[in-house]
Write a protein that binds this ligand. Structure first.
Ligand code: SMG
Ligand code: MG
Length: 381
């Protein structure tokens, strides 16, 4: 990677933490109440002899509901298969991680967490922020909030009103069959015609739902996110012809090349970029560049990250192609207390992009220790 000193990984710590959510978060695939999160800490030694630590956050959920990965599996594949390939050689760059792990299929969230930890360390060693490294320019970014499915429409409206009062500039509603048209209509009426609104189905519909989903067109939304199963690219392309609201892909997009194909087939009118889903922040930047080149608007998704992942997402979303508000809400949206000393907050609906080296967060070690449920250390031979 240009301008960064190569080095070696001396030691890796895999830490699991338990963080309760401030309220249950329901999607079409289930309810999250507490996060069990895998963090990766690396001790990095540059070829110039200096030592730095770097942190990565794995976005795999407890169960393989959002994608095939799950947190126990991610820890297992890292320990048994991935790490060994990174603990050799003295002149590693974070940008080599994907190539070194390429013969192992899948597991983008596990790979992405490792690449993130190395990138954080390598950037901190150079005193450079990830944002500056990739040419991100925005100093603040608009903050959107993702609202879970509510059984009761009045409860949903009360929740949305609270987020509007908090200053969020864009509302995303989770939907599923039976909790869609009526919910969107009520929220649109509450927030008025001008506030940006979008929905996310997390694959809950089928190819035959085109006419039903077209009923959402009258609510003038930014996009419909991932209505169909992730492998159904042709189905999304057909839906894009049937429905006026732009179709945005999330789960379907797992690489830059796959994103290029989905765009070419007419299935992806807008892209949700999530670094964990695509194997890391460097592939996320490549997808951003590709989408800018093809004229496809992008925004940064979220996986209920702690302050580690949220800071990194904010830096990524400061790239110029991120023209739509992302799911980068305040830390307090999900957590009572964060594991960083400088959690993401929103002011006038915007998040200030961190500027300090690496991914720009500082760990709150005492609190982190208090929520740690296990720690495993792997040292280089
Ligand atoms: O981090 O603000 C966040 C969550 C955003 O809705 C969100 N994420 O499909 O986009 C998505 C979901 C995935 C996680 S749902 C448990
Ligand atoms: Mg989504």
């Amino acid at each position: 990677m240009s301008g960064l000193e190569p080095g070696r990984v001396e030691r890796v710590e895999l830490r699991r933490i338990a963080l309760p959510l401030v309220s249950p978060f329901r999607t079409s695939f289930g309810v999250e109440r507490e996060r069990d999160i895998l963090l990766v800490r690396v001790d990095w030694r540059s070829t110039d002899g200096s030592s730095t630590e770097g942190w990565g956050e794995c976005v795999a959920l407890t169960e393989p509901t959002y994608s095939p990965e799950y947190v126990d599996g991610a820890q297992h594949v890292i320990t048994e298969h991935l790490l060994g390939r990174l603990l050799t050689g003295d002149d590693l760059h974070a940008s080599d991680v994907a190539t070194r792990l390429a013969t192992l299929h899948g597991h983008p969230m596990a790979k992405g967490a490792l690449e993130m930890a190395l990138l954080d360390a390598q950037l901190r060693a150079a005193g450079v922020s990830f944002g500056d490294h990739i040419g991100a320019t925005a100093t603040t970014i608009p903050s959107g909030v993702s609202v879970g499915i509510h059984d009761d429409v009045d409860d949903l409206l009360a929740t949305v009103q609270r987020y509007v009062d908090d200053g969020y500039v864009r509302i995303k509603l989770k939907i599923e069959p039976g909790a869609d048209i009526e919910h969107v209509a009520a929220v649109r009426e509450l927030i008025g015609p001008d506030m940006p609104l979008q929905v996310d189905a997390n694959t809950a519909y089928t190819r035959t739902d085109g006419r039903h989903l077209a009923r959402l067109d009258e609510f003038d939304m930014l996009l419909i996110e991932q209505p169909l199963p992730e492998h159904d690219i042709i189905g999304h392309a057909r839906l894009a012809d049937e429905v006026e609201t732009p179709i945005c892909l999330d789960e379907s997009l797992v690489s830059a090349s796959g994103t290029a194909d989905a765009i070419e087939l007419g299935a992806c009118e807008i892209a949700n970029i999530k670094p964990g889903r695509v194997g890391g922040y460097l592939e996320a930047v490549r997808i951003h560049d590709l989408c800018v080149d093809r004229g496809v608007p992008v925004w940064c998704g979220g996986m209920l990250e702690t302050g580690i992942g949220r800071a990194a997402n904010a830096m990524l979303a400061a790239l110029p192609g991120f023209t739509l508000p992302g799911d980068i809400s305040a830390s307090t949206r999900f957590y009572e207390r964060d594991i960083v000393v400088d959690p993401i907050t929103i002011t006038d609906g915007h998040v200030t992009v961190p500027r300090s080296p690496g991914f720009g967060f500082e760990i709150d070690h005492a609190f982190l220790d208090s929520v740690t449920t296990s720690t495993a250390t792997i040292t280089r031979d």
